[in-house]
Design a protein around this ligand. Structure first.
Ligand SMILES: Nc1ncnc2c1ncn2[C@@H]1O[C@H](COP(=O)(O)OP(=O)(O)OP(=O)(O)O)[C@@H](O)[C@H]1O
Ligand SMILES: [Mg+2]
Length: 263
């Protein structure tokens, strides 16, 4: 059994630009285990994307550490963004196969694995299309297919479903749960959708800003494997309101709305 972990310890990060310095993260600590799906929610600007980019190794923290312990080999990390995640000049087939090329697989292996993934995601009819020829939902489906096809150990997902309408989101949430169940990679999943966080994740970390910190950890009342019927679970409604009560004031402050209901 894989006992790998990712431990984030007293992480701090300040962004510096000509307009000044912004403390994005202040003293963030938590651990995620292999096979865990952890969601991050928090007000806009609390440092969620910064945290994912640090975990992906794209940024270096000012203070604190991100350590990967007890993996059989160094864990493979993949970052999925909300948009801009497909190459516009490549077909869907080549986009999905691209991650495998980075992993050094032969052309034949790449084609086979990419083709299988396209079948799984219902994208075979679009294999030769370019991203701009697809709907937003299909594009995001292809981006998710590309992230999973390489079988990463750690998947860092930054609001992957944000641009989708509510119905498309439901469909892709189900795809996501099904894909995740196959190999159960470690997932750190940023979302603004509190219900989505509760329905997908094993733990939900609620952040406060600014600067960003972890404020509370919530464990949704579901086992695995899971589908989306948990939506109607009576506890979900209560947890949604509990999380929203933590975020409400900061969100409204940001919009400079006075006299919040919880004030
Ligand atoms: N490259 C940068 N240069 C300067 N400031 C930055 C940079 N990137 C982020 N910031 C600032 O750091 C803070 C955290 O940004 P980050 O994008 O991590 O927040 P977020 O929680 O992902 O927000 P959102 O929910 O809106 O996506 C914000 O105040 C942001 O303006
Ligand atoms: Mg962000």
């Amino acid at each position: 059994m894989n006992r790998g972990t990712m431990t984030i310890d007293h992480l701090t990060m300040t962004h510096r630009s000509p307009r000044g310095a912004v403390i994005a993260l202040a003293d963030v600590s938590f651990t995620v285990a292999a096979g865990e799906f952890v969601a991050l929610v928090g007000p806009s600007g609390c440092g969620k994307s910064t945290l994912l980019r640090l975990a992906a190794g794209l940024l270096t923290p000012d203070g604190g550490t991100i350590a990967f312990a007890a993996w059989p080999k160094p864990p493979k990390r993949r970052l999925v963004f909300q948009d801009h995640s497909l190459f516009p000049w490549m077909t869907i087939r080549d986009n999905v196969g691209f991650g495998l090329e980075m992993d050094g697989l032969s052309k034949r292996e790449r084609q086979e694995q990419a083709a299988a993934q396209l079948v799984t995601m219902g994208l075979t009819d679009f294999a030769e299309h370019y991203p701009h020829e697809l709907s937003g939902g299909m594009r995001q489906r292809a981006a998710i297919a590309r992230a999973f096809v390489t079988q990463p150990d750690i998947l860092l997902m930054d609001e992957p479903l944000r641009a989708l309408d509510a119905q498309m989101r439901l469909v892709i949430q189900e795809d996501l749960l099904a894909l995740w169940e196959r190999k159960r990679p470690m997932v750190l999943y940023v979302t603004h959708d509190i219900e989505e966080a509760l329905l997908l994740a094993d733990r939900v970390l609620v952040m406060s800003g600014q600067p960003g910190r972890i404020r509370e950890e919530i464990v949704p009342p579901f086992g695995r494997p899971r589908d989306l019927t948990g939506r109607s679970h009576p506890e979900v409604e209560a947890l949604k309101w509990h999380i929203w009560s933590m975020l409400e004031q900061e969100v409204k402050q940001k919009l400079q709305i006075k006299g919040t209901s919880s004030a």
